[in-house]
Design a binder for this molecule. Structure first.
Ligand code: PLP
Length: 391
């Protein structure tokens, strides 16, 4: 059975061209880029090229790119740095729908004496910018708001948020977790005021264990990984050279695929969405009224369990998710859907499909064919579902 992989917000397939780019840097060109000899020097040049490629995708300067080990590290490095830079300030602002990489850190910090404001969202997953405006005060040290939500794909107006932080924040820094946005929607740091931005390689067809923290030139920074002088003393530790080279190539390719993502992939997503809404009664799009990523569809089916849907789809080779990969495994509705006030009966039956450049028309056809009978079968098995079907 060939898998139909629609779980690309959890992780992506490494692009073959990315793999070929990194392959020589394991067994042949394994030098340390910090070494003085030619053997390390040639690796250093490839790392520089990777930095340029990442910078080009973001409209950034190469020196604004810090390679890390993952999105989680980038998020932690950004927020912790802000706290070190302004030790006298104790107020952090974030949202209730962040990835745990930000939310758990902020909640841990609140136990250590920081005041943390978690902004809420409306039923479509949108922020109220007036709530943000009134939350910022002279004690605010950092505002961290994600660019796009991993579960619903809802996009936050981070450029506007950044401007508000600059206007009202008296020097407070603005960080955005752009892990789900990079490679899917255009980003231009040259015309932006965002101070720090996180990227994860495995969400854009590079290997796991690669990431970037974008740090605007001139923004003060204190690393939490200290040791050697790698990454201009901003992230100590011998570089993951093969991973960095892969991430550079993946960013170059993401630039080429951006149009496909926003036309073909979006059209596939829209077709899937329209067909499921038509064929399955009591289905609802989570965040459907908000601006969303082109590849993401979070859809709730009333009177069924998301995990049961996943299992039956999995038998047909269809891979999706019932929420964020990090929260599946627990039967609690996801914190994102709860924050949106999605009714319990819908939140439980929510499925996330996340498409990629590899998704085909035939795969979408298969899901449109296979999913409606699965939902019907599950509803027949549940008391509420039966009641609804018999009504
Ligand atoms: N932020 C968001 C929005 C994510 O979706 C993820 C991964 O799911 C992360 C951060 C964490 O990235 P990584 O897996 O590279 O640590």
């Amino acid at each position: 059975m060939k898998e139909i992989y629609l779980d690309n917000n959890a992780t992506t397939k490494v692009d073959e061209a990315v793999f070929e780019e990194m392959r020589p840097y394991f067994c042949d060109l394994y030098g340390n880029p910090s070494s003085m000899h030619y053997f390390g020097g040639q690796v250093q040049r490839k790392v520089d090229e990777a930095r340029n490629r990442v910078a080009a995708l973001l409209g950034a300067l190469p020196e604004e790119i810090i390679f890390t080990a993952c999105g989680t590290e980038s998020d932690n490095a950004a927020i912790r740095s802000a706290l070190e830079v302004f030790p006298e300030r104790r107020h952090i602002i974030t949202t209730r729908v962040e990835h745990p990489a930000v939310l758990t850190l902020c909640r841990n910090l609140s136990k250590r004496g920081y005041r943390v404001t978690e902004l809420g969202v409306d039923g479509e997953g949108r922020l109220d910018l007036n709530e943000l405006r009134s939350a910022i005060d002279e004690d605010t040290v950092v505002v961290s708001v994600m660019w796009a939500n991993n579960e619903t794909g809802v996009i936050f107006p981070v450029e506007e948020i950044s401007r508000i932080v600059k206007e009202k924040g008296k020097g407070a820094l603005f960080h955005t977790d752009a892990v789900q946005a990079v490679g899917k929607i255009p980003i231009n740091m040259a015309t932006s005021s965002i101070d720090m931005l996180s990227i994860s390689g495995h969400k854009l067809h590079a290997p796991k264990g690669t990431g970037v923290l974008y740090l605007r030139k001139g923004v003060p920074f204190r690393p939490f990984m200290v040791g050697g002088h790698q990454e201009h003393s901003r992230r100590a530790g011998t570089e993951n050279t093969a991973g960095i080279i892969a991430l550079g190539k993946a960013c170059e390719l993401a630039g080429h695929w951006m149009e496909d993502e926003n036309t073909r992939v979006k059209a596939l997503r829209d077709r899937l969405e329209a067909a499921l809404l038509e064929l399955i009664p009591r289905a609802r799009i989570n965040g459907g009224e908000a601006e969303r990523l082109p590849n993401t569809l979070s859809i709730a089916f009333e009177f069924v369990e998301g995990e049961a849907i996943l299992m039956l789809m999995s038998e047909k080779g269809i891979c999706a998710s019932s929420g964020s990969a990090c929260t599946s495994g627990s039967l609690e509705p996801s914190h994102v859907l709860r924050a949106m006030g999605v009714p319990f009966t819908c939140a439980h039956g929510s499925i996330r499909f996340s498409l990629s450049r590899y998704t085909t028309d035939e795969e979408i056809d298969t899901i449109i064919r296979e999913l409606p009978p699965i939902i019907r079968r599950l509803r027949e098995m549940s008391p509420f579902g039966r009641e609804f079907l018999n009504a």
